[in-house]
Design a protein around this ligand. Structure first.
Ligand code: NZQ
Ligand code: ZN
Length: 387
């Protein structure tokens, strides 16, 4: 176990119908809100009316900033920053999935600085940010209880992240009933994303003596798989949706990586190029990359990959590398079974573009200090994702 500091200040309000309490929590942060949301779902589900009724009842005024797209883009963030500044809002209220929450974090930081918001994604430090209150409608990214956000600069095809302790939401409302309407494809992509968040650290940590964190990850993976299968059978399965929602939050709130020492997020580094260049859903990009990356990485740490296969997929093979390969195939088969693509071909990404994708991913590899991931190495990993 390595030394660590764990501090997560986000207040979680969990339960069916908690969405109607958003006004109470937002009012603690000020009297005027920027209400950020996505494209259609908030209106078709009736959630917009519930949220605005709650804001009104709590005495807040608000200005809308809707239309956030999945894989949010810089131009729309800049529009939000301009509205927040012009209207002098006190608090950002984000209602949606990870894309809405991430764009809201960027707006919260951009609203209180004089320079362009993209500077925060390159190197500028966030010194001030508006408080953020969220109502989560899709359980996947963990953005509701972490301090990061991801936005694509459409001009440069860079999907980069912003991060600061100031960007933890003050309060996040997790009402699992809001996720009953999430369609089957995004339900599958969310499962892949949440699993990816916990296995990145698990497989890349430089400390092997972390039995608590290991079992936490293995238990979460099994739980996410079980809940996802129940949800795909029955989309309004209340227990499964609630379990999935809380699991996805735990998967990226800092808990699973506390004490594991140094770790990396190579699958995310490569996937961000797929969604930046092809606008593929984040979880769908991950299910393409993960089996190929595991195939590349298993030989470097076969014991850990074998442990995963034995504990998650009940592999009984005694040879570590054979067992590791069994686990990789089992995970890939499971991704496929829930309807997430497991090859570049299934994601409609042409093989011939592997070189261009690798060149794009290297920008993030450098930013994240992943020195081993040269364009050649990334191209090698992508070539293992062909079929
Ligand atoms: O725009 P609307 O109409 O709301 O539709 C959305 C969107 O099309 C829809 N949706 C959301 N809630 C719904 C719903 N449809 C029906 N019922 C509901 N209750 O779902 C679609 C996808 O939404 P999106 O927010 O894009 O999905 P997700 O939560 O997976 O977020 C993906 C983004 O988060 C980033 C990803 O890179 C991607 O840009 N990530 C953020 C992270 C973080 N902040 O910590 C970490 C992750 O690794 C990830 O990178
Ligand atoms: Zn992710």
């Amino acid at each position: 176990m390595q030394p660590f500091v764990f501090h997560n200040p986000t207040e979680i309000v969990f339960g069916v119908d908690t969405a109607d309490k958003v006004g109470k929590y937002a009012a603690r942060q000020g009297g005027k809100a920027l209400l950020v949301y996505g494209r259609n779902s908030i209106k078709t589900t009736g959630l917009y009316d519930r949220v605005t009724a709650s804001l009104q009842a709590a005495g807040l005024s608000w200005v809308d900033h809707g239309g956030v797209k999945s894989n949010p883009v810089l131009s729309h963030v800049r529009e939000g920053v301009a509205v927040a500044k012009r209207e002098q809002v006190d608090v950002v209220v984000a209602v949606g999935g990870g894309s809405v929450l991430d764009e809201s974090k960027a707006i919260a930081a951009g609203a209180l600085c004089d320079h362009d918001v993209w500077e925060f994604f390159l190197q500028a430090k966030v010194e001030k940010a508006l408080p953020l209150v969220t109502v989560l409608t899709l359980a996947a990214t963990g953005s509701e209880m972490n301090s990061g956000g991801v936005v694509t600069n459409e001009n440069t095809a860079q999907k980069f992240n912003i991060g600061s302790p100031l960007l933890f939401p003050k309060t996040s409302i997790l009402d699992p009933a809001l996720t009953y309407t999430v369609p089957a494809d995004y339900t599958a992509y969310s499962a892949v994303d949440a699993i990816s968040h916990i296995i990145e650290g698990y497989f890349t940590s430089n400390d092997q003596a972390t039995p608590l964190q290991d079992r936490f990850v293995e238990g979460l993976v099994k739980t996410i798989m079980e809940s996802t299968e129940q949800i795909l059978q029955q989309p309004d399965h209340a227990d499964a949706r609630a379990t999935m929602m809380w699991s996805a939050t735990w998967a990226l709130n800092g808990l699973s990586t506390a004490g594991i020492g140094l770790y990396q997020f190579p699958n995310h580094m490569i996937e961000h190029s797929l969604s930046a260049m092809y606008d593929i859903a984040h979880g769908a990009g991950l299910s393409i990359v993960i089996p190929g990356w595991m195939d590349y990485a298993a030989t470097q740490n076969p014991a850990k990959f074998a442990q995963f296969a034995r504990r998650v997929f009940d592999c009984e093979l005694s040879d570590d590398l054979e067992c590791a390969r069994y686990g990789i195939e089992a995970l890939k088969t499971w991704f496929h079974s829930i309807g997430s693509p497991v090859s570049l071909a299934q994601g409609n990404i042409p093989d011939e573009e592997i070189g261009a994708i690798a060149d794009n991913a290297v920008m993030l590899a450098r930013k994240w200090g992943l020195k081993a991931y040269t364009a050649e190495v990334i191209a090698d990993i992508l070539s293992r994702c062909r079929s």
